[in-house]
Design a protein around this ligand. Structure first.
Ligand code: GKR
Ligand code: MG
Length: 416
């Protein structure tokens, strides 16, 4: 085999369009940030990766780029250890360091797959399903990003959703466009009774189709218990109603439905206390911070051992991440729920050549080409990088952006 040594890691920050989606922190800005990785081997093979954006993550990836040059792309354990060691002094949190090692591991697996002419799912033990199910990710949202500082308003074709009828209409559009068969509502935006009404309206409009609600810790333990009681028999799971392992454990004592998290169990050291306290019954995995695709596969085995069900978390992302999520979702036998994805909100600006990842019937067929099976669109990468440079945006600030329109807005967790 030609040289498998890493020549360089090219790290490119980008900015892409995002609609005005509401959450418990405020509202999404018109641009979202990601970082695209090109891991170039001595023989010219290129492995792709995608990481959440922001200055801190960018700096860490630049630091990691210095460490990985010269190492073997098949030595992912040694690569992770070297990156971790390089970041240890400046980044004390293992969870935070995990974002860097994870993005690079995906690029390594893409390159390995290309060298071996095998899809990444094969490198994860082989696929147990040919298509991975995804849920529609519903948001309360404004009709447009209002005009600001001389910039005109930015509209989109999803429309406004600020009440049960708006959420049901958004769900219908999601189903019409992508065939989704399960739905997640991002809550923590309106008073709990209004969100309960929206979930009931969804249950009526889509009988028998699984529903979830995720207020991102906007509720107290008492409020969480109230909502759980009200939605007994309606939700497949309730996601992060209250803060922390202790708060979730309190809610879980009385909750008629399973509780899920992508907030209180986000690192290996959180698993033991969460299991001991029975704080969660569903874990939302995310390869972006659990150490990559192989570690996510291992995490699935740990969940199986402790009787935790598995689902998958998502944040604003593009196609390289979606491909990685699809490969790992295909290789995990105990994927119990459809995965989250923000992709419909962001896909118009994707950085990969279209045609491979199609959301149809609420599923994505696992790419069968070598590696992740997706190809970088270099013109689009250049465009999105220019947008990043020109925008001056360097971190996500949902609360600050909300305050531009509602100066009295405060980030309160819990709020209700
Ligand atoms: O994009 O507004 C958002 C979401 O709230 C995101 O930030 C969360 O990470 O989707 C995520 C979640 O499930 O908690
Ligand atoms: Mg969540």
């Amino acid at each position: 085999m030609s040289s498998t040594r890493i020549r360089e890691l090219i790290v490119t920050p980008i900015a892409f369009g995002d609609p005005p989606l509401l959450n418990s922190n405020g509202v999404h800005e018109p641009l979202a940030l990601r970082i695209i990785l090109q891991l170039v081997l001595e023989d010219g093979t290129v492995g792709l990766g995608e990481s959440p954006g922001g200055t801190a993550r960018l700096e860490r990836l630049h630091a990691a780029a210095k460490v990985v040059a010269g190492m073997d792309v098949f030595d992912t354990t040694a690569l992770a250890a070297a990156i971790d060691a390089a970041l240890l002094e400046t980044v004390p949190s293992s969870h935070e360091r995990g974002w860097t090692t994870s993005a690079i591991e995906v690029a390594c697996l893409d390159a390995q797959g290309k060298l071996l002419d095998r899809p990444v799912s094969d490198l994860l033990g082989g696929r147990v399903r040919d298509a991975v199910p995804f849920a529609a990710y519903l948001f309360y949202k404004w009709a447009e990003h209002p005009a600001l500082d001389g910039r005109p308003a930015i509209t989109d074709d999803w429309g406004e959703a600020l009440d049960p009828a708006g959420i049901v209409e958004q769900a219908r559009l999601m189903q019409e466009r992508y065939g989704f068969r399960s739905f997640k509502l991002k809550g923590g935006v309106l008073p709990p009774d209004e969100e309960i009404a929206a979930i009931r309206a969804l249950a009526e409009a889509f009988p028998g189709q699984p529903l979830r609600l995720d207020p991102n810790t906007a509720w107290t333990v008492e409020t969480s218990k109230y909502v759980a009681r009200e939605l007994d028999g309606v939700l497949e799971y309730l996601e992060d109603p209250a803060k922390g392992i202790e708060g979730m454990a309190e809610v879980a004592k009385d909750s008629p439905m399973p509780l899920a998290t992508n907030m209180c169990v986000i690192a290996w050291e959180h698993l033991k206390p969460a299991v001991e306290q029975n704080a969660i019954q569903v874990l939302l995995t995310d390869h972006h911070y659990w150490g990559g695709l192989r570690r996510t596969r291992e995490l699935a085995a740990v969940c199986e051992a402790f009787g935790l069900a598995l689902s998958m978390h998502s944040n604003s992302h593009l196609g390289i991440s979606l491909a990685a999520m699809t490969h790992v979702g295909a290789a995990i036998p105990n994927l119990d729920h459809s995965c989250d994805t923000h992709y419909p909100w962001n896909s118009a600006d994707d950085v990969i050549v279209p045609g491979v990842l199609e959301l149809r019937d609420g599923e994505i067929k696992v790419p069968t080409g070598p590696g992740l099976g997706v190809e970088l669109d270099h013109d689009q990468l250049d465009r999105l990088h220019r947008r990043y440079v020109e925008s001056g945006m360097r971190s996500r600030d949902d609360t600050g952006y909300m305050r531009r329109f509602q100066p009295e807005y405060e980030r309160l967790l819990p709020r209700w």
